[in-house]
Design a protein around this ligand. Sequence first.
Ligand SMILES: [Zn+2]
Length: 894
Amino acid sequence: MFLHAIQTLMKGRRLRCALYFAMAAALVITVRAQTPAGTGPGSGVSRELARSRAARLSDLHYDLAFDLERGSRETHGVETLKFNLKDVSTDLPVDFRDATLDQVKINDHILPSELRDGHLLLPADTLQLGENTLSLRFTSRVEAAGAAITRYVDKEDGSEYIYSLFVPMDASMAFPCFDQPDLKARFTLTIDAPTAWTVISNTAPVRKTSSGAVSQTVFSETKPISTYLFAFAAGPWVRVHHTPGLSDVYVRHSQVKRAEPEVPELQTITQRGMTWLADYFHQPFPFPKYDMVLIPGFPFGGMEHAGATFLREDAILFRQAPTASDRFGRDVTTLHELTHQWFGDLVTMRWFDDLWLKEGFAQYMAYRAMDALHPETDPWKYFFEDIKPQAYGIDETEGTTPIFQDIPNLKDAKSAYGAIVYQKAPAILKQLELRLGQAAFRDGLRIYLAQHAYANAEWSDLIAAFHQASGQDVKSWADAWVLRRGMPEVTAVFACSKGQLASLSLHQRDVLPDNFVWPITTDVLLQEGGGGEASRSRMLHATLDKADASISVPRDTPCPSFIYANAGDYAYGRFLLDSQSAAYLAPPEKTDARDVPLTQIREPFLSSQLFTALWENVRKADFAPSRFAQLALIDLDHESDESISRILGGHLATAFHAYISPDGGSGLRATAYEITRRRMLQAPSLGLRIVSFRTFVSIADGPRAWSDLNDLLSGKLTIPGMELRPLDRWNIVGKLISSGSPLAADAFAAQQKTDQSSDGLKYAWAVQAGRPDSAIKADYFAAYTLSPKDPAAKPEDWLTQSLRPFNSWNQQELTEPYLKRALAQLPEIKRDRKIFFLGAWLGAFLGGQTSMTALDDVHAWLGQSDIDPDLRRKVLENADELERTIRIRTRFPE
Ligand SMILES: [Zn+2]
C-alpha cells in the first residue's frame, strides 16, 4: 500500500531543544504509590472532569517540541506544561491516549510513565498551590488514517506531508494536555523536520536553524487558544502568489500549477472578508497572522486553527469543471473559516454542547458577508437552496436533536456535528436577525465578542448581549428554537369572495409527535397572475405564536392565484403549497410550458422556493414523483438559472433512482435523456451546460447514454467551452462501471493510464467499488472494516469516496446483505474515524436501499437495547429517507 511505502529514513543529527537536556539533568527521586485502580476519571473527558479542572486551573502554557521524520509512523516529543492551581486536594488527570510517555516529572517529583484510561494522573501530594510544572517526553502516532497527526504521501513526486487535526479532542492523542475548550493556553512550539520542509503553525516562525538534513523551526508564543485550535503542518509546501499584505496560501509542491490561477481569488475574498468582518464585529483580526494551507485528502472542507486555517485542497482547487455555484461555495467556505477566527477562536464555546454557537454563526456570517461583498451572487437564494434543505431533512426525523445538544463526554462530541449545527443554527439566526433588526443583531455580537475575547462563553451570554443591545426578551424565542427539537410544517388556508381575498390563516403543525408550537415571523406572498410580466404581488407580514393564526387582510385585496407563506425565506419550517395554490401552479395533465405557471415564474428565488415546496409535497407522498419529474423537465428545457437547474437535476436523479420504481417512468426517462443531453450541448451559458452534464451523467442509463459518455471521454462529443477535468472523467467512468456498461473496462483502463496522480489512484479505487460483482463487494467491505491502524488500511478519504459507488442505486441485491454488517460497524466507526465519516457511511449504506427488507434490517438494529443513543439517532436520521421512499412507492406504484 503506497501510503506506507517506507522511504529512506533521514537519520541526521537531531536538534533537540534545550528543555530536553535540562529535564534529563535534574532528577529528584520521588516514587509515589499508584492511585488505586478504579479511581481515575474514566475514558474521554467527561463534563464533570472538565468543570472541575476549569475551576482549579489557570494560566496554562505549553512548551512543545515535536520531532518529525520522513516515513516514521511516530513522533517523539518533549513537553513542559506550566499551570496555576488553586486547589490541590485531589489528583489531577492530564489527557493522553493511544501513545506512550517517558521521564514524567511534576514539580520535583518523578512519576511512573503510566497511562490509565487515556489519562496521566498527577497525584494530589505532588501538586502545589500556584505555579506547577509538568515535564515529560512522549511518543505519539503519525498515520495515514486514524491518528491525530496524519501523514500524506504524494504519489506524483514522492513528497511527504504531515498535518495535525485535533478537533474535538484529539490533541490528547498527540501530546499530554488538558483537552477541553475552556482551558485556553499559550503555546510555544519547536519542530525538528527535514531541512527541505516548511513548517506552518498558529504563529509565524521566529527562527529556523539548520544542521544538515534537519532543521529546527521555533514559533512565537500564541495568544490564549483552546487545544483543538492548536495545529501544525510540515512538508515541502510551496507558498503560492506570496503578496505582502495578503494571507499566505500554502500548496503541496506537485499542485503549484493548478493553484496559481486560483490562489489570487482566494486571497482577495479573504482580504475583503477580513476587512468587512473586523468592521462588522468592531474587533480587529484577533491573531498576529492568517495563513491558509491546502491539505490533500483533508476530512473536512476546512478547519479554523487560530491564524492557520487548513482547507481541503479539493474544496479550493476544483477537480471538476466549476460552476458559479461551486465558486460561490468556495467563497462561503473561505469566509466561514475566516469568521471562526472571531467566532470560535477569539471567543470559544465553553463546552461542545454549544458547538452550534461557532458553527451557526460562521455559516450565517459567511452568507451575510457574501451579501455585502458580492450581492450579485444572490447569497440568500443559495442559503435557501443549499443550507435549509439539509436541516429540514434531519429535523423532520426521529433522529433529530435540539440545536443545543447535551454532551456528557467529549468522546461523544463527534455525533454533535451535522446539519442541525451547520444548517439549522444559521437558519434560525436569519430569523433572529429579522426579529431583532440588523443593528441590534450586530451590536449584540459586538458586545459578546468584546466581553469574552480570548476566553469562553455560552449561549446564555449571547442572549444577554442581544438583550442588552435590543432591549428585547430573546430567551423564550431561543428556548423554543434552541432547546426544542423538530420544526413546524406551515400551510396557508385562504378563501375568496367576489374576486377579493376574504380570509387568510396560517396553520402550523409539529412534524414530530411532540405537538410543539413555535414562534414564527414570516412574510406571506399573495400573487395575482402567474408570476410573469403581467402579474402583481402583495406581501403581508405575519407573526405566529399559536397553531392557527388568522392574518388580517387589508380591504380590497384581490383574490390571489397562489400564496407562498415564507417569502424571503426568513422563517424556518416546511412551507407546503396549499391545494389551491398547487393546483394553480401545477395543473394536472398539462404538459405545455405555457400552461404550467410553475415553470413561468420570472423571479429565480421565488421559482426555486415554489419548486422546493412542491418537492416537499412529493416527499410527503402527497404529489406523484413522476408528475414532479415531468414538471421539472418542462422547466429544465428552458431554465436560465444555474442553481435551479442543479437543484432540479438532483431531484430528477432522486425520483428516477428511488421514488419511481425501476420499471416505471420509461417515457420520462427517455425525455430526460433527450432534454439533459440537449441542454448539456446547447444551453446558453457554460454554467448551465456543466450542470446539465452532471445531471446527464447522474441519470444516464442504457446503450445510447453509455455511448455518449464514452464519446465525451474520447473527445468525439464535446461540450462547448467545457474541458473535462479529472473528476468529471472519473465520474463518467464510474457511471459506466456501476451501470454495467460493456464499455466500462476499456474506459477505466484508458483513464487509469492517463491519471496516475495521487487523486487519480484514489478515484480509480473508489469507482471500482461500483462494479456489480459480489466478489468485488466482499473485497471492498473487508477494506472498510480494517482497523485504520492496520498498515494495509486505505486512507479515510479513499473509503469515503468509494461508499456511494459501492452502494449504487441499481445494485441493491448485491449490497443489501451488507446493510446489517454496516450497522454493526458503527461503534468502531464512531471510535476510530473523523467527524463526518459516520454520516457518509450511513448515508451511503441506507441511501442505496429502497426495499422493505432493508428497512426491516434497520428496525432490527434499532430494536437492540445496548446501542449508544447518539448512534441510534444517527440511524433514525438516515432511516427516515428509506421509510419515505417506501411510502412514496406504495402510494404511487406507477
Ligand atoms: Zn466551522
